[in-house]
Design a protein around this ligand. Structure first.
Ligand code: COA
Length: 348
């Protein structure tokens, strides 16, 4: 079910649930989860969930989500979202675009591709003010040890960080955050006397309307996807490769998410672009001897169309000092909110 594209959902009543059960029965086994759930409700099984559909009676999307009237909020500072709650979170985060872009992108991809194990926490449910995305990491310096944060309320963000145990201040971690929230972390850093280093500050560039892409001539250019044999090539040229887990991260990106490359006459990639787990396009690179041939333009345009066709957001982050890349994306129709900056920091 492609639930994320729906935002105005109708809550089904008692009679409608009887009808929905019959409709879903005809779509077994695909519908078995929701069917089973509704089957239970219709036989008076107690629940704190509600069933919503995109339209009625001819629905295309039907999902179960926590009923705000019945949902008890936990005493803890945060709660981890389940797979079903992540589908609802996607719809909620969409309402906060573009501010929620990175968290939204992560949840969208996570709801469609099971690749990187990660935990998503919220301060409360279902009306959250703070969302934390905390990936599982196997290695000490894994670049996936980067926590993303989205917050609509700074006071709640500060309280959540202080009172929850989401952040382990004694060990290494990275943080991707709206630059405007950084004061909170700076305060904590000085209180806890933890070393902190800025990795980069970026423009967030979005292509809101795919039809804004200018026509690009890709005739004579051989395009393909990257495969596992290209991990070393991509990793050698990636700016942040000093992180020990870079190869593992690139491996997961190539294996699970869209990528695109230009091949030379011998079938070797000379220019490429990947997709991060937050759905941002990135790691764009053209080998020196192949620059200025229009390869990057072709790749960005091709990936943008692919993301769009898959229902994925089309966006990227560009470091403030990378004026070439900024111009490249701007000329292709990408725009930014000039007051917004995404910042990455490392602690410990
Ligand atoms: C940025 C980069 C990917 C561009 O690759 P490329 O294949 O040479 O780019 P293209 O040939 O498609 O050029 C696209 C446009 O950028 C311009 N451009 C490319 N390199 C340029 C440079 N060094 N200085 C000024 N303009 C440049 C081109 O003239 C072209 O402009 P046009 O559309 O007006 O003709 C490449 O320079 C690179 O790998 N840089 C290092 C990694 C990097 O910065 N990646 C981007 C991270 S967001």
């Amino acid at each position: 079910m492609w639930a994320g594209q729906q935002s105005n959902m109708k809550v089904l009543g008692k009679d409608e649930l009887q009808v929905a059960e019959q409709v879903l029965l005809q779509h077994l086994p695909k519908s078995y989860k929701v069917y089973g759930f509704i089957h239970g409700i219709n036989r008076n099984k107690p629940t704190t969930q509600q069933v919503v559909a995109d339209s009625w009676p001819d629905f295309k999307v039907i999902i179960c989500r926590p009923d705000p009237m019945k949902c008890t909020i936990t005493n803890q500072m945060t709660m981890e979202l389940t797979e079903d709650q992540l589908k609802v979170a996607e719809i909620e985060l969409e309402k906060y675009l573009p501010r929620s872009q990175q968290m939204y992108g992560f949840v969208v991809l996570r709801n469609r591709v099971k690749s990187d194990p990660a935990q998503i926490f919220v301060d409360k449910w279902p009306h959250f003010s703070v969302v934390f995305c905390k990936p599982f990491c196997k290695q000490e310096n894994d670049p996936f040890r980067i926590i993303f944060v989205f917050a609509t309320n700074e006071a709640v963000l500060e309280e959540t960080i202080r009172k929850s145990s989401l952040i382990d201040w004694t060990t290494y971690f990275g943080l991707g955050i709206n630059n405007s929230h950084m004061e909170i972390f700076k305060k904590m850093v000085s209180e806890k006397n933890v070393p902190c280093r800025k990795i980069s500050v970026c423009h967030r560039m979005r292509l809101e309307d795919i039809s804004k892409l200018p026509p690009i001539d890709s005739s004579g250019i051989s395009l393909s996807s990257l495969d596992e044999s290209h991990i070393g090539l991509v990793s050698q040229t990636w700016k942040f490769v000093e992180h020990e887990g870079a190869d593992g991260m690139i491996h997961r990106m190539i294996s699970n998410f869209p990528s695109c490359c230009v091949l030379d006459a011998d079938g070797r990639p000379v220019s490429w672009i990947l997709t991060y787990n937050s759905c941002a396009m990135g790691m764009l690179y053209t080998l020196l001897e192949h620059r200025g041939k229009g390869y990057a333009k072709v790749l960005i345009s091709s990936m943008a169309k692919r993301h769009h066709a898959l229902g994925l957001p089309v966006y990227c982050f560009i470091e403030e000092e990378n004026t070439t890349s900024y111009r490249l994306f701007t000329n292709l129709g990408f725009t930014e909110d000039p007051s917004y900056r995404k910042a990455w920091f490392e602690f410990n």
